[in-house]
Design a protein around this ligand. Structure first.
Ligand code: 5GP
Length: 190
């Protein structure tokens, strides 16, 4: 998506540790008009896949998931970051290692919101090492729903998570794919 690349080049900054900051338009302040374009793009990419539900992780995937849900006329669900265990068995739970914080956290989603009859599209802001998407894949598998694929706004290809997940059979569409990043230069794959 050309405009995603332009926005990254215009407004993104590279922080130490290989983190791209896009808080001015994607995951803190959110450019609402741009979100609509992203939602439409994701809807077009998965138009033939009979998606019934979108799944993301709070909090930075929520704006994207909402935009895609509006464009596709389907609900979105966000897995919640949680510390307590699944005592009453009412949730699907998995553990995710956070790339940005370096810690593990639990994510949970209520069994009421992912059904075996659902066809699920995963959505997130970034794909780096792939742990966030792996956690979401695990939640979908626990529910018995059909996993259609994943859409991410920005894939940092040099971290390898996307390649690994694709090799495992997951369809992933990235709206911008970064080949390499330094303090002064961001290079895209195409
Ligand atoms: P992964 O689990 O694929 O290693 O990382 C994906 C998650 O980490 C995303 O949900 C995103 O919130 C966060 N993340 C990974 N890389 C970056 C980055 O460069 N910038 C920002 N802002 N978040 C990132």
């Amino acid at each position: 998506m050309q405009r995603m690349k332009e926005m990254i080049l215009q407004e993104g900054t590279v922080l130490p540790g290989g983190i791209l900051k896009v808080g001015s338009f994607l995951n803190q302040q959110v450019n609402s008009e741009f979100m609509k374009e992203i939602g439409d793009e994701i809807a077009t990419l998965f138009a033939d896949d009979q998606v019934t539900k979108i799944l993301t992780i709070e909090s930075s995937g929520i704006a994207l998931a909402a935009a895609a849900g509006i464009s596709m006329h389907i609900p979105f669900v966000f897995a919640k970051k949680h510390r307590t265990s699944n005592v009453d068995g009412s949730t699907y739970t998995t553990t995710v290692h956070s790339f940005t914080h370096g810690t593990d956290y639990q994510v949970v989603v209520s069994r009421d919101y992912l059904m075996p009859t659902d066809r699920v599209l995963l959505v997130d802001d970034f794909l780096a090492n792939g742990n966030a998407l792996r956690g979401l894949v695990d939640l979908v598998n626990q529910s018995g729903a059909e996993l259609v694929g994943a859409a991410v706004a920005i894939e940092k290809k040099f971290q390898g998570g996307g390649d690994e997940l694709r090799a495992g059979g997951l369809r992933i569409e990235s709206l911008a794919m970064i080949e390499s990043m330094t303090d002064t230069e961001i290079t895209f794959c195409d």
